[in-house]
Design a protein around this ligand. Structure first.
Ligand code: PLP
Length: 810
């Protein structure tokens, strides 16, 4: 099979494989059978490219980048693999010819939900771009047996169900026992003085865990490149022990031990942008880091005769947030204890290999581990971290007198806590933020003193998304409409979408854009009806907020606006408003009480608004449960308005904003994250911006001056809403939202929901007016699509490759 395969050849191949691999005739085949047959055909195609790619890298002794991440939110792979192999059209037609619905077949795959949200999805987009741009780059992560929980909404409440995504065979992974490595935890470290005076460290009584890799192919777009995503699974080291154990009283002890080892890759922690200091999480981090670094060194040794002194010529490691920052002391440990390098030589190698991406400045997200926990779990690593810290603090003391007072705020170990971001900054050669404003805040505020110590380390890499999945795959009709007018070059060079600017006043083209959006909205409306029984008007404005539920993302502000509109309509039922559909999708961390209250509130408002005959279907509110990559793929092509309304300074970048812009939605947002760069490209007339700026927010935080109650006292609209939350609707005490009410009035509205309420309402009024002028709206929409090429992850990866990784295309 290849991109030159014809429909009939594929039909024949499917028929044949159905017999040989599934033992069935096509007429008896289920969608699942067809799914497995197609994946098998794709795998046949991939395997040869995979081998060839590996050989090529080895032969060229290519410099490689390794992307270490605790999360990879890849979503379904069959459709994107078909697309990248150039087989998607043919497969769609072959399936139809055989009487199968391609969508139903692709949907047989269980989403690989090995991530929480933006950070994990970014890692997945980066792998797609690396392979598609012919870069030697691979991912390392963990093969969690349970991915992010599945969300159900029952009586308006979030219920979490386990996501056992491996229930049925996952056809994309290959187990590679031959590449397994051993990981050591706990035990004691013994120090010996050797004859030459140098020190040697030996570890005793350690707990041993096997890290067994499962490889997933990462397919480049029509270039026959297949890179590798290696996910580690934790297993008990020796099965011989099992026989011994089964013969004596240790049997249950043994099973217990085995179980606790397997727990290391048992489940993904469900927290997004917040830190949970559980020991198991620390184990997971070291497990990922140790297995990956051992593997990287092994493969360097296999391919190079030179000493490890030259490792930085061939290897660069990007760590996705601080979660894998133990890579720094782990690499030091291997170089010193196993490869016998001196401290100075090992430090030079390490700090030339590791690069760190910062994802947030939220204080609740910053990782700090109790020093005792690291000491107990990773005694040798602790010694190394301690020494890194000693040397770093000494250097500040000696060379930077003006920072002497600040040592407690800069030290890697301070007040018995190990600060992972400080370790990551000191032990790496590059520190990057993920959007211009975010990097500015790092440099000027959060990491100001580190910046003064290491100015050349700091740089910005604004995030991106793969336009192959987020346009070409999810919105094929828009993609082909674009190709009709500007040709297909944009697919390989997404910047060329800019040529669409010539068509922003072209009425026949805008009409077609309108048709495509409307078809997508009809499809989503049908999906919503099938899932929820709610009928939405496909002529209404589809106003979309889909992202993790977090106070800083302010879903609360959004639902306040909906309540406001509802109250207005109740007061004045004959008001002529443009019908609107408000769509929400969001998972809350299971322990995040206020976030769950907001989910409950959205669902409560939905049940009131959707069933009130007086509203006459002018407003609909829909909460779609279990937001994940596949659901995003359904919703985004149908969005008119993209809600990106975080409290300014809080959202590092956002990527949902980019996905929706690329599909022609207009952003309604604050000056935060990448919204700012979106505005700079499209201009003020093609985006709706409102609210406090980051500087204003930070000023209030530091100097006070904001009193939420003043707004409650003076704004009738706000008071009415808050009282409704406090007292329950229509005097019914049945459901009330006192916790939200108290958080705003008694904790002084920490995310400025009331402060931004009025400008937000005003912006929405502007949205409504603009939507009435169809052609202006469509021309805004096309302007957004035209500029979205800059937010392709191809651009981001290009920047990482040339300015951080110094990577060549193969
Ligand atoms: C893109 C994406 C995100 C990130 O969305 P933001 O709006 O940037 O927070 C989260 N989850 C899923 C499933 C995504 O596809």
């Amino acid at each position: 099979m290849s991109r030159h395969t014809t429909i009939n050849e594929l039909v024949e191949c499917i028929t044949e494989k159905m017999k040989t691999e599934r033992g069935k005739d096509l007429k008896d085949a289920t969608d699942k059978d067809v799914y497995y047959v197609i994946t098998s055909i794709v795998n046949d195609e991939l395997n040869s490219h995979w081998l060839k790619t590996e050989k090529k890298y080895r032969k060229k002794k290519a410099r490689q980048v390794y992307y270490l991440s605790m999360e990879f939110l890849v979503g379904r792979l069959l459709e994107s693999n078909l697309l990248n192999c150039g087989l998607l059209d043919t497969a769609n037609k072959a399936l139809q010819k055989l009487g199968f619905d391609p969508e139903k077949v692709y949907f047989q795959e269980h989403d690989a939900g090995l991530g929480n949200g933006g950070l994990g999805r970014l890692a997945a987009c980066f792998l797609d771009s690396l392979a598609s741009l012919n870069y030697p780059g691979h991912g390392y992560g963990i093969r969690y047996r349970y991915g992010l929980f599945e969300q159900r909404i029952i009586h308006g409440n979030q219920i979490e169900l386990p996501d056992y995504w491996l229930k049925e065979e996952y056809p994309w992974e290959r187990r590679r026992v031959d590449e397994a490595v051993k990981i050591h935890f706990c035990g004691q470290v013994h120090m010996f003085k050797k004859n030459d005076g140098s020190l040697e460290f030996r570890y005793e009584n350690t707990d041993q865990v096997m890290a067994v890799p499962y490889d997933i192919p990462i397919v480049g777009y029509e270039n026959e490149v297949v890179n590798n995503l290696r996910l580690w699974s934790a297993e008990s080291p020796s099965s011989e022990d099992e026989d011994v154990a089964s013969q004596n009283s240790q049997y249950y002890h043994h099973l217990d031990h085995k179980h606790s080892i397997e727990q290391i890759s048992g489940f993904l922690y469900p927290d997004d942008s917040s830190f949970e200091g559980k020991e198991l999480r620390l184990k997971q981090q070291y497990f990922l880091v140790s297995a990956s670094i051992q593997n990287i060194i092994k493969s360097y040794k296999k391919n190079s005769k030179k000493s490890l002194n030259y490792l930085p010529e061939k290897v660069v490691i990007q760590i996705n947030d601080t979660h894998p920052s133990l890579a720094i002391p782990e690499l030091m440990r291997i170089l010193m204890d196993e490869e016998h390098f001196s401290w100075n030589d090992a430090w030079k190698i390490t700090t030339n290999i590791i690069a760190y991406t910062n994802h947030t400045t939220l204080s609740e997200a910053l990782e700090t581990w109790p020093k005792e926990m690291i000491q107990n779990l990773l005694p040798r690593l602790y010694m190394i971290i301690d020494e890194i810290n000693e040397r770093f603090c000494k250097k500040i003391w000696m060379d930077h007198h003006h920072l002497r007072d600040k040592i407690p705020e800069l030290a890697i170990i301070a007040y018995d806590q190990v600060h992972m971001s400080r370790l990551a900054i000191v032990g790496s050669f590059s520190v990057n933020g993920v959007a211009r404003i975010h990097t500015d805040i790092l440099i000027k505020k959060e990491m100001k003193d580190f910046y003064s110590l290491f100015p050349s380390k700091f740089n910005n890499k604004t995030n991106g998304i793969t336009h192959r999945r987020w346009l070409l795959q999810v919105n094929p009709n828009l993609a082909s409409l674009i190709t009709d007018v500007i040709g297909p070059q944009w697919i390989k060079r997404p910047n060329q979408l800019i040529s669409l600017l010539r068509y922003t006043k072209d009425r026949p083209f805008l009409d077609k854009i309108d048709q495509v959006k409307h078809e997508n909205k009809k499809a989503l409306a049908k999906f919503i009806f099938d899932r929820t029984g709610i009928l939405v008007d496909d002529q209404s404005i589809f106003d979309v907020q889909i992202k993790r539920l977090h106070e800083y993302k302010r879903q609360l502000l959004n639902i306040f606006h909906v309540i406001y509109l509802y109250n207005e309509l109740k007061d004045n039922p004959n008001q002529d408003i443009t019908p609107r559909t408000f769509l929400f999708g969001a998972k809350a961390a299971p322990s995040y009480h206020l976030a769950k209250e907001v989910i409950k509130l959205i669902n409560k408002v939905a049940s009131i608004v959707n069933h009130d005959p007086e509203i006459k279907d002018k407003l609909k509110v829909v909460f779609l449960e279990n937001y994940n990559v596949s659901l995003a793929e359904k919703i985004i092509p149908a969005a008119d308005i993209s809600e990106q309304i975080s409290t300014a300074s809080k959202e590092a970048s956002g990527t949902g904003n980019m996905k929706m812009m690329m599909n022609g939605a207009i952003t309604l947002g604050t000056l935060d994250g990448a919204n700012i760069e979106i505005r700079d490209f499209v201009g003020d007339r093609n985006i709706f911006i409102f609210g406090l700026t980051a500087d204003e927010v930070l000023h209030y935080y530091h100097h006070g001056g904001y009193v939420a109650r003043d707004i409650y006292n003076t704004d009738d609209r706000v008071r009415r809403i808050l009282d409704q939350l406090n007292e329950g609707w229509f005097g019914s005490q049945e459901i009330e939202f006192k916790d939200i009410y108290y958080n705003i009035l008694y904790h002084n509205d920490p995310y400025f929901v009331l402060k931004d309420f009025d400008p937000y309402i005003e912006s929405h009024e502007l949205v409504e007016q603009s939507y009435r002028d169809k052609f202006t709206w469509l021309s805004m929409s096309v302007t957004n699509i035209a500029h979205s090429g800059k937010f392709s992850s191809d651009r981001t990866i290009q920047e990482y490759a040339s300015s951080i990784w110094k990577l060549n295309k193969i």
